[in-house]
Design a protein around this ligand. Structure first.
Ligand code: CS2
Length: 464
């Protein structure tokens, strides 16, 4: 067996691809709770696809870490020890595939961010021209998350093992269906019989995940140290947490999630739409416009009464009317709770962090609502202004003339298009379908002009 994989450790039931702060503060906590409550061998092997940072930080502490709940009234600290090992895929792809092919592994969960699925954000389909996908088609040692899923499932099929359940925990609409589509498409290009086997035997439950987890800052580590807790990489999170999971696992095998507050449902779609459009949609709106207005965090942004009124207007007039609530959920109460969560001063969630990867986020967060509203003849001035804010942001210069560090897989293309203006950005088919682009153009051109002339804060105020 390859170095880096401790196969002898009993109790490995889950391999998690893309082990970052979010999963450590969300899924891992539920799994720890489920094992404490009902037992089960659901230890986790975490995988970092690229960087060795997480492994190097957590290995000296046996992969355990502290999850710090930050409420307005103070912190509660808890040690989480479900992670048994961390592998770095770029260093040792073989170890990762071997872990995913372990007979005890029943679930491969993922938080690889929107761009990690190598799909077209506007359509949800695999992008067959993605360089990592082109690589993975011809190399048994993959680079992409879909490549790892397909090659590991291939090994399991060859070994006569059942497939694992693929549990997508990223903020994508119908995330189970998207990852299933991407995996089947890639598998079919490699071996049609493999694709057929995955299609019949595999399971890809959809999930809605929610917890606000800002990136850990050096001062967080120092604050814990001052309290006698030595942790190279703790995670900070808000008190709120929600996980809605479609109860469809291979051979019914999963931790006892229902016992620890996970909502196991037949149809996650209404929960996903609510969360992506009400939370993530306004998060992105506040991130672009708040950043341009000079605010560092979401809490700082909504502490400005103009932005607080703006986000409430988005919910009331533009987003809530465009969605069907999940069973027995009151969307107005949900919106009020979101504003409380955003206002939590202990959570320093940077607008810059949320602004990242906008090309991958806009379709499911904002553009779907805009399309619904256009079809219904409903006004969407606020969300238009948010998209115009993104267009200004990816131009790479803030309102004081300072450079913005734009992080996005399409950053160079976006910057070039931003120079040419609104139309050039709307022509980006990976983000805007042709008919939507056409319908949005007049409104977006006007909003973009107002942002340039008035600045973000005044342009927001003008709308109220
Ligand atoms: C945020 C999300 O960074 C972002 O884009 O909108 O990470 C958000 O905090 C989570 O989805 C909350 O569940």
């Amino acid at each position: 067996m390859e170095a880096g994989l401790r196969v002898e450790i009993p109790g490995i039931g889950i391999v998690h691809l893309g082990l970052g702060a979010f999963f450590r503060a969300h899924g891992a906590v539920y799994i720890a709770n489920a094992m404490a409550h009902s037992g089960g061998d659901w230890g986790v092997i975490g995988v970092s696809l690229q960087s060795a940072t997480m492994r190097d930080a957590l290995a000296p502490q046996g992969f355990a870490y502290h999850a710090v709940e930050q409420g307005p009234q103070g912190e509660t600290i808890r040690r989480i020890d479900v992670v048994q090992d961390i592998l770095v895929a770029r260093e040792n792809p073989e170890a990762v595939l071997a872990a995913m092919a372990l007979p005890t592994v029943g679930i491969v969960s993922l938080t690889v961010t929107e761009k990690g699925y190598c799909h077209n954000p506007a359509t949800g389909a695999l992008n067959p021209d993605h360089p990592d996908i082109l690589h993975d088609l011809t190399h048994p040692q993959p680079r992409s998350a879909p490549g790892y899923l397909v090659r590991a499932l291939q090994r399991r099929k060859e070994a006569g093992l059942p497939p694992f359940t693929v549990l997508c925990c990223d903020n994508l609409p119908e995330n189970g269906r998207v990852v299933r589509g991407v995996v089947l498409d890639l598998a079919r290009r490699i071996d049609p019989a493999l694709a057929d086997w995955i299609a019949t035997e595999g399971r890809f439950p959809a999930t809605m995940v929610d917890r606000i987890v800002p990136a850990t800052k050096p001062e967080d580590i120092a604050r814990l140290k001052a309290q006698g807790i030595d942790d190279n990489l703790p995670v900070m999170h808000e008190p709120f947490s929600q996980w809605v999971v479609e109860d469809d696992f291979v051979q019914g095998q999963r931790p006892d999630l229902g016992a620890v507050g996970v909502q196991l449902v037949r149809d996650v779609t209404p929960f996903e739409l609510m969360k992506l459009r009400m939370l993530n949609g306004t998060h992105s709106s506040l991130a672009y416009l708040g950043y341009l207005a000079g605010y560092e965090t979401i809490a700082d942004t909504v502490a400005d009464p103009i932005f607080a009124a703006f986000v409430q207007k988005l919910w009331r007039d533009e987003i809530i009317p465009a969605i069907t609530p999940p069973p027995s959920v009151d969307l107005t109460a949900y919106a009020a709770q979101l504003l409380d969560r955003y206002s939590n001063p202990a959570i320093r969630h940077r607008t810059w962090q949320i602004a990242m990867d906008g090309s991958q986020k806009l379709p499911q967060r904002i553009l779907g609502t805009l399309a619904t509203n256009l079809a219904a003849g409903r006004d969407s001035q606020g969300l238009m202004l948010a998209v115009a804010g993104w267009m200004r942001y990816v131009g790479g210069t803030d309102e004081k003339g300072q450079p913005i560090e734009v992080k996005d897989p399409l950053a160079a293309d976006l910057a070039a298009r931003a120079v040419r203006g609104v139309r050039a950005l709307l022509d980006l088919r990976a983000v805007f379908p042709a008919d939507l682009a056409q319908a949005l153009e007049p409104g977006l051109t006007a909003a973009h002009g107002r942002l340039a002339a008035r600045g973000a804060r005044k342009a927001v105020e003008d709308l109220l």
